[in-house]
Design a protein around this ligand. Structure first.
Ligand code: FAD
Ligand code: UDP
Length: 380
């Protein structure tokens, strides 16, 4: 009855459903354990009518025209460029740490000397990961690197990950480099924005097709089995393709142990004012147990008399109790992932794609790109 079964209705699953149904005329079954589509990018109106992101703030940004054009078939955009302030020593200063930030945290003469040094030694409009900046020999740059490390990265990272910056793959803290520039935007990608009517509406449009059958509130294990000897759906052998976007360790019964994740708890507050913060995101590296506060209306552009904000409290991921939000990108975990990946290669007609299935710290645009790539492979 179905050509392809897709497990998970996040970006990865829905894009493949859309492509296979509309371009290849396939009949597709999408199985999703949650009561809604959209995965972690799901958004909804809260009880006050404010559009919020249920699983953390999502800002779309990409350099890829292909990715942008693909999504633009299903949504118009609220053009938005993300601004983040960090609370450092009582000042709210621009993040990524840049030339403007220096003027806010250092006396004028010191800021000027550091700015000149940075531009002279490393160049203008250059992004330097904090762990790289710490390797510099120059005494002034060493001072600067230690300052930024201590004030911006150390405590935030300990809160967010439960481990320090050095224990993580350098790409993690490298996502927010020191930026030798006066550009206060969090991202510099060519295409940036949020779906005009929200992510969930975009996803609904994507899968609005008679060939796509959606089963919500269903764990795939309740209706099918996947094994190297063949798959079963509703007790019958299933010979089609299976696209899997859930956790890779779950697919193999955790036989090599669990791949670790970080989770989050969100606390929401709604106020009877139009806006509460100056910008969409306020980071708190050194105070409180939460890492950041997001005010959604800045992101979404929604006009409303009230405003809703969310604080993010990082916590350990415990299976069955909370959500696996962030794969912990560190050497040992990558080795373990590779063992699972090897098992996956022996499963006939099963394709793993997405943040959980590939155990990658993917942004949304990267998931779109990788899903489109898999579609092209399947098409052949
Ligand atoms: P998911 O969205 O996780 O979808 C997987 C789906 O599979 C889920 O719906 C899950 O319920 C389902 N599933 C899993 N197991 C089973 C099972 N056994 N049976 C049935 N269904 C199952 N990216 C950005 O580009 N910009 C941002 O600002 C941004 N902010 C983020 C903030 C947070 C807090 C988090 C956690 C992520 C953020 N991201 C952001 C990343 C973005 O969420 C992901 O790149 C994207 O959602 C991944 O899509 P996916 O389809 O791979 O996975
Ligand atoms: N980070 C930090 N301080 C900040 C912002 C980021 O230490 O004020 C580090 C932290 O380790 C974080 C990583 O940089 O997990 C990536 O930050 P990003 O904002 O990209 O995280 P995400 O939006 O994916 O949660």
């Amino acid at each position: 009855m179905f050509n392809t079964i897709i497990i998970g209705a996040g970006y990865a699953g829905l894009i493949l459903a859309e492509r296979l149904a509309t371009q290849e005329s396939q009949k597709v079954l999408v199985i999703e354990q949650r009561q809604h589509i959209g995965g972690n990018a799901y958004d909804r109106f809260d009880e006050h009518g404010v559009l919020i992101h249920e699983y953390g703030p999502h800002i779309f940004h990409t350099r890829s025209k292909e990715v942008w054009d693909y999504l633009s078939q299903f949504t118009e955009w609220h053009h938005y460029e993300h601004s983040v302030l960090a609370n450092i020593d009582g000042h709210e200063v621009p993040l990524p740490f840049n030339l403007n930030t220096m003027e806010k945290v250092f006396p004028k003469a010191l800021a000027e000397r550091l700015q000149e040094k940075l531009v002279h030694l490393l160049g203008y409009n250059v992004k330097v990961p904090i762990l790289k900046l710490r390797e510099q020999d120059d005494e002034d740059l060493k001072f600067l690197a230690d300052y930024v490390y201590e004030k911006v990265f150390l405590q935030y990272t300990l809160k967010q990950w439960g481990i320090g910056p050095e224990e993580l793959d350098p790409t993690v803290t490298g996502r927010v480099p020191v930026y030798i520039s006066r550009d206060d935007r969090y991202f510099q990608d060519k295409y940036q924005g949020l779906p005009l009517r929200g992510y969930t509406e975009m996803f609904k449009k994507m899968i609005d097709h008679p060939n796509i059958h959606l089963m919500l509130n269903t764990k795939y294990q309740d209706v099918m089995t996947i094994s190297k000897d063949g798959h079963m759906l509703f007790g019958q052998p299933f010979g089609g393709d299976v696209i899997y976007t859930g956790k890779i360790d779950e697919l193999f019964g955790y036989q090599y142990g669990e791949l670790p994740y970080r989770s989050l708890r969100f606390e929401y507050d709604t106020y009877d004012v139009a806006y509460k913060q100056q910008v969409g995101q306020l980071n708190s590296p050194n105070h409180y147990d939460f890492t950041r506060i997001t005010e959604f209306k800045h992101l979404t552009g929604q006009q409303h008399a009230k405003t809703t904000l969310a604080r993010e409290y990082p916590e350990s991921y415990v299976r069955g109790e909370n959500t696996p939000y962030y794969p912990i990108i560190a050497e040992e975990n990558q080795q373990n992932y590779k063992k699972y990946k090897k098992l996956a290669e022996d499963l006939p007609n099963v394709y793993l794609v997405g943040r959980l299935a590939e155990y990658k710290y993917y942004d949304m645009d990267a998931v779109v790109a990788t899903a489109l790539k898999l579609y092209k492979k399947l098409k052949k």
